[in-house]
Design a protein. Structure first.
Length: 221
């Protein structure tokens, strides 16, 4: 037998021995796992069957509808939590056809002054270094729910209904309005207006203006 053939034969035998050894090891490993591991695997599969993990597939196509420049000075932020009750079919047949949920809404409201509304006539500079600015009225820029912190606390549906599909959506929409309303009632616009004036005054004084006069706009909810 030539040396190349001898080397090839030895390599083949080693390969067969390795594959055989791995097969024996795998068999012994599976046999020694015991019924506990097997039962755990079955329990996991049953759990996944009855409580599957949602899978989300975003569409590959993205459409940008609008792009615009902003000059917003954000000067006040509120964090608000509110409980919303949404219900339907709460009459005499509520135990059969009713649907009721409690939604805990957690959101943020951000307000400030839109400097893009500032006109040239709103800024007056005198030769002696005095500057007067008439600020636009403060406005709410953002009033949105925090989806990670907002959740349905409880939901009760009748025996003969699967529930109103849009009930949670309606609760979320009302929650955003209520969060914004709460911030407005607490005076977020006045706070944003005051903070904007204080910020611009400090900024203009850093530019060596001898006198800075900030005339505040009147916030309109």
């Amino acid at each position: 037998m030539s040396k190349p053939l001898q080397a090839l034969l030895i390599f083949g035998l080693l390969l067969i021995a390795a594959l055989t050894g791995w097969g024996v090891y795998a068999t012994v490993r599976d046999a020694t796992r015991g019924p506990t591991d097997v039962s755990r695997g079955v329990a996991t599969q049953v759990q996944e069957f009855f409580h599957p993990t949602p899978t989300v597939y975003p569409d590959a196509v993205t459409v940008i509808l609008q792009v615009r420049s902003l000059a917003r000075l954000e000067t006040a932020q509120y964090t608000v939590e509110k409980v919303i009750t949404a219900e339907t079919g709460q009459g005499a047949l509520a135990p059969l056809f009713g649907d009721r949920l409690l939604f805990v809404a957690h959101g943020e409201v951000i307000a400030g002054v839109d400097l893009s509304r500032l006109q040239a006539s709103d800024v007056i500079i005198t030769p002696d270094g005095k500057v007067t600015i008439i600020l636009p009225a403060a406005d709410v820029f953002v009033a949105a729910l925090d989806n990670e912190k907002s959740y349905v606390y409880d939901r009760q549906t009748g025996l003969l209904t699967k529930g109103e599909p849009t009930l949670e959506t309606l609760a979320r929409q009302v929650a955003e309005d209520e969060i914004k309303k709460a911030a407005l009632e607490d005076g977020i616009l006045n706070l944003a207006q005051t903070n904007a004036g204080a910020f611009l005054e400090r900024f203009l004084r850093s530019l060596r203006f001898t006198e800075v006069i900030i005339l505040q706009g009147t916030p309109v909810p």
